[in-house]
Design a protein around this ligand. Structure first.
Ligand code: NAD
Length: 390
């Protein structure tokens, strides 16, 4: 249980790039990083508009000398200080992630980066190599994966309660962009422009979330080949897709499907992962994250509740209030940030024993998401043909 006791004897000096006052995702980064006393916000380059970013940083209570005009100025300025930042979070549009991550690692910082990590697997590999060379980590904010019941599902699957895993059905299909809302919404505008998002829209923006949740629940599965068909129902978005279907074959004979969409009218998030085995199935839905459906063939459905004594120790480890009280996305993100801090501290101390079995979405999880999108785009562009996963 998490009860406010600090997991580390220090708080990491922390900065942000992006996540400014008008951003969608900046606040959940700040709230989650600071929830458990593991990070203290000391500096930032919060906005593409330098003056607006400085004013926002001051309003957050950051020392005005440490509110910088750009990420380059942030890394240089902090490197010159004895109390300079040790870690940075990157919450900017996707086209900037690679350059900012690389610069941060070269400046000797640990990194938390938004998904998708970058545009190509070559770039992601460069970042992974830099992490190894510089003894730094990148944590990737696949925030939903911090929900406790995903780890309950992982434990139940590992215990064999589902039998042999046969089918994984995944979806993240909301309806918020059924029209060209990007015409008046800056946060959506860059999401449908290849200059900012690279080769895909919903495959990278949405599908990488349930993909990582499924990888967390069933880590031993590895994709052998896949096929993808994608559509731009709002025509001005072409060549980027606002809807896609992906079929996958895994190397143990299991199969999987992904439906990602921004035009699923009426749906809020529609993010579900259903794992089907030879004896039973488990299903998790991000709109009811405190419940996990456990369906044994021939028996009534069981609803497993978060925070209850019957859960596995791993699923209870990050319980903050006990069963019945709903926890949400902010708690899931806080669980991830807590883990990022523990992994950063252990990396600084070269504590290999801790790191060996310590779960968090790391640079390899980021690389896998980028690689998956690349394979989907390759398949879609070759007429939705099956492609070997590489
Ligand atoms: P947004 O457009 O709402 O905000 C982007 C912010 O970055 C703005 O404050 C902007 O001024 C700032 N910015 C842009 N370029 C910058 C630069 N070079 N230097 C400093 N600041 C800069 O975007 P958003 O919706 O908050 O998305 C940001 C990132 O977060 C994207 O990569 C997106 O995919 C990701 N995201 C992740 C989740 C999640 O669940 N993990 C959810 C939403 C968004």
């Amino acid at each position: 249980m998490i009860n406010g006791i600090k997991p580390l004897d220090r708080s990491l000096r922390w900065g942000m790039v992006g996540g400014g006052g008008t951003s969608q995702i900046g606040y959940i980064h700040r709230s989650s990083a600071q929830r458990d006393g593991t990070f203290t916000l000391m500096a930032g380059a919060f906005d593409v508009d330098a003056e607006r970013g400085k004013a926002f940083g001051r309003a957050l209570g950051v020392d005005e000398n440490r509110c910088y005009a750009s990420y380059q100025a942030l890394f240089a300025g902090e490197a010159d200080r004895e109390d300079g930042i040790e870690a940075v979070s990157i919450a900017t549009p996707n086209n900037t992630h690679f350059e900012i991550c690389r610069a941060a690692l070269e400046a000797g910082l640990h990194v938390v980066c938004e998904k998708p990590l970058c545009f190509t697997s070559e770039e992601a590999q460069i970042l992974a190599d830099l992490c190894s060379i510089n003894h730094k980590i990148i944590g990737v904010t696949y925030g939903y994966a911090g929900h406790q019941l995903i780890h309950q599902a992982r434990a139940m699957i590992a215990e064999g309660l589902l039998g042999d895993i046969r089918i994984i059905n995944m979806s993240f299909s909301h309806g918020f962009h059924n029209d060209a809302v990007e015409l008046d919404n800056p946060s959506t505008k860059w999401r449908v422009d290849p200059k900012y998002v690279g080769p895909s829209y919903v495959l990278g923006d949405l599908a990488t979330h349930p993909l990582f949740i499924a990888e967390t629940m069933v880590p031993e599965l590895s994709i052998k080949r896949l096929m993808c068909t994608r559509q731009s129902f709002v025509k001005s978005r072409a060549p980027l897709e606002d809807n896609a279907y992906v079929l996958m074959e895994y190397d143990n004979g299991a199969v999987g499907s992904m439906w990602c969409s921004a035009v699923n009218c009426g749906s809020m998030h529609g993010q579900k992962v259903r794992v089907i085995g030879s004896k039973a199935s488990l299903e998790w839905w991000d709109e009811q994250p405190n419940q996990l459906r456990y369906e044994v063939q021939g028996e009534p459905v069981r609803i497993i509740e978060r925070g209850m004594g019957y859960l596995t120790p791993r699923a209870l480890e990050e319980d903050r209030i006990g069963g019945g009280h709903p926890e949400g996305l902010f708690e899931a993100w806080s669980n991830l940030y807590r883990r990022f801090a523990i992994a950063m501290d252990a990396t600084d101390r070269a504590d290999r024993a801790l790191l060996e079995n310590f779960w968090y979405p790391d640079v390899h999880a980021g690389l896998q998401g980028v690689r998956w999108v690349e394979n989907c785009v390759r398949s879609a562009e070759s007429g939705a043909s099956w492609v070997e996963f590489r």
